[in-house]
Design a protein around this ligand. Structure first.
Ligand code: NAP
Length: 283
């Protein structure tokens, strides 16, 4: 039996096992996806041991996406640019290669499911952490006209802005001074790439009076399925309102393709995700 799994701490709330095990079953593959809860200081040793035991592929989540890089033999150029790995393929000779499918997962969902091509679009992103890096690199690569950024940690926003400017000369990069100024001038798409909205007592960081009908709001959070941000966007009649479930699905599908070189069974993976989410859903 082939083994795959998720490296993180904690991992018990993850939906990845449900999604990937459903895909293996559908594809008729004798494989199992496990949750490897590894403390940060044990990461290097534990990863080495799991590779030695024959695990064929990994996903990587918080807090290991950056620290795992030093344990890999190779890294895909895009994952290197982002500075984070969420997928690892272990080759037959036990060498390891890191990828980042978060950004491509987001773009695949945006273009193929939502039906929005980022080319020429003005994008605003709240947050400049791991998810914002992955998403902004893909948006710039896909021809976004401009990307505006705001993070409460100004250094993080400045670092990401510098990285984007250095690598994507045709995309205007704008550093903003507050969440609300991300809506001036009016972007086509507003993305929440912070954890604000995951908890019931989180407060809305935007003034919803600034939302408008043509705005598309994409919240990378998928649990709860409708954050306060998305509820307010709905109330204001924004034309597109999306949570992070599509990104989660497509980053998983792309990881599966990397591991097995097979077409992922999207419908089955989507159903498994939604079922697992419904069991645990907060609202
Ligand atoms: P992260 O690395 O911690 O980045 C979040 C960033 O947002 C941090 O720099 C944080 O600053 C900043 N921030 C926090 N509160 C803010 C506020 N009020 N205004 C502006 N910036 C603020 O987290 P991440 O890994 O990027 O994840 C971000 C979100 O995306 C999470 O909710 C995660 O669940 C979601 N996500 C979804 C998917 C998916 O597949 N759908 C994939 C990856 C991530 P401080 O560090 O100073 O707090």
């Amino acid at each position: 039996m082939k083994r795959f799994g998720l490296l993180g701490y904690p991992v018990k709330h993850s939906f990845s096992a449900a999604m990937h095990n459903a895909a293996f079953k559908e594809l008729g593959i004798d494989a199992r996806y496990e949750l490897f809860e590894i403390r940060p200081k044990e990461l290097q040793q534990a990863f080495k041991q799991l590779v030695k035991e024959g695990v064929c592929g990994f996903n990587v989540t918080i807090p290991h996406k950056e620290d795992i890089i030093s344990s890999l033999d190779q890294i895909h150029p895009e994952a290197e640019l982002i500075g984070a790995v969420n997928t690892i393929k272990v080759e037959e000779d036990r060498t390891t290669k890191g990828f980042n499918t978060d950004g491509p997962g987001f773009i695949t969902h945006l273009t193929e499911v939502v039906g929005v091509n980022p080319q020429g679009k003005r994008i605003s992103i709240l947050g400049a952490g791991g998810a914002a890096k992955a998403v902004s690199v893909q948006l710039a690569k896909s021809g976004a006209k401009s990307i505006a950024l705001f993070d409460i940690d100004q250094n993080k926003a400045e670092d990401l802005a510098a990285k984007l400017k250095d690598n994507f000369a045709n995309c205007e990069i704008d550093l903003k001074s507050s969440a609300d100024t991300l809506l001036e001038p009016q972007p086509d798409i507003l993305i929440n790439a912070t954890p604000i909205g995951m908890h019931k007592d989180d407060e809305l960081v935007f003034n919803p009076e600034l939302f408008y009908a043509q705005l598309i709001i994409y919240d990378l959070i998928y649990n709860p399925v409708e954050t306060f941000l998305l509820q307010e966007a709905k109330r204001k009649g924004c034309r597109g309102i999306f949570n992070g479930l599509g990104m989660l699905l497509y980053q998983g599908a792309l990881a599966l393709k990397i591991w097995l070189d097979l077409e992922p069974p999207i419908k089955v993976m989507d159903e498994a995700l939604r079922k697992a989410l419904a069991k645990q859903c907060k609202i």
